[in-house]
Design a protein around this ligand. Structure first.
Ligand SMILES: C[S@@+](CC[C@H](N)C(=O)[O-])C[C@H]1O[C@@H](n2cnc3c(N)ncnc32)[C@H](O)[C@@H]1O
Length: 246
């Protein structure tokens, strides 16, 4: 299944509303991970990027890319949606960096082009992982890292579609994970724990860490309603993979 055209249409359509809602938070402070905006200083997933060649896969309005460019990384922000890239271009400060339109499924870069490929609910959530992971590995240099944050299987199987919130009951089959319909043919992707390990190791990556970002009690989820409100403090809402190309 090729979800590229529908995902591009979706993100072009929702870009303005999405940025109006989320940019004031995720654009205000550098290096915030995920639905709970947990600082990387606490999770320590990315490390020092000074002088590194960095690709953000699905950069959106470039909140992460801008921050890393300002730290001295040579960043490329890639995204499928021209509306999202336009938002990134508008928000760029003095440390300008390239923005490229493309899909995580087939990256428009030569092999060995980057020292770090990363995303936060970007290309590894919106492209089939069995295509996007090998592509990320191809463009990474030896010793380079692929670091990415996605929703956890717990979060997906407890999401009540009708109520529009995450609950404490199982709503769908764990072994039925794979794709999540996002409307009008748009699709996001979700693997089981074993599925991720297979795809990552199958592409030749070493798994250095699997961080389970845990918000402090009372931290709001900026994207989804949860029942109870402190769901993310009690169960893992996200998986932050830290991997390396040996
Ligand atoms: C949730 S945003 C992630 C960006 C940023 N981290 C954020 O939280 O706003 C998802 C981004 O992935 C992009 N995207 C969707 N499908 C993609 C694909 N196949 N390849 C690359 N980017 C894609 C969308 O256009 C969107 O900008």
């Amino acid at each position: 299944m090729d979800s590229v055209p529908a995902n591009r249409r979706l993100w072009n359509r929702i870009s303005n509303a999405y940025q109006d809602k989320h940019d004031p938070r995720i654009g205000a402070t550098p290096r915030l991970w995920g639905m709970y905006s947990i600082p990387d200083a606490r999770l320590r997933a990315l490390g020092d990027v000074t002088g590194k060649r960095v690709l953000e896969l699905g950069c959106g309005a470039g909140q992460w890319s801008r921050a890393l460019a300002a730290e001295g990384a040579a960043v490329v922000g890639l995204d499928l949606s021209e509306a999202q890239l336009a938002a990134a271009a508008r928000a760029m400060g003095q440390a300008r960096h390239p923005l490229v339109q493309g899909a995580a499924e087939r990256l428009p870069f030569a092999a060995d082009s980057f020292d770090l490929v990363f995303c936060d609910f970007g290309g590894l959530s919106w492209a089939p992982p069995h295509l996007a992971v090998p592509e990320a590995v191809r463009v990474l240099a030896r010793g380079g890292r692929l670091v990415f944050n996605v929703a956890s299987p717990w979060f997906e199987v407890c999401y009540d579609e009708a109520a529009g919130r995450v609950t404490t009951t199982l709503q769908r089959d764990y072994f039925g994970l794979g794709t999540v319909a996002e409307g009008d043919g748009a699709t996001s992707y979700q693997l089981t724990y074993g599925g991720w390990v297979k795809v990552l190791r199958g592409a030749g990556l070493v798994i250095d860490d699997l961080i389970e970002p845990r918000p402090e009690p009372g931290t709001p989820n900026g994207y989804n309603e949860t029942d109870p409100p402190d769901w993310g403090h009690r169960w893992p809402a996200e998986l932050l993979w830290v991997t390396r190309k040996p």
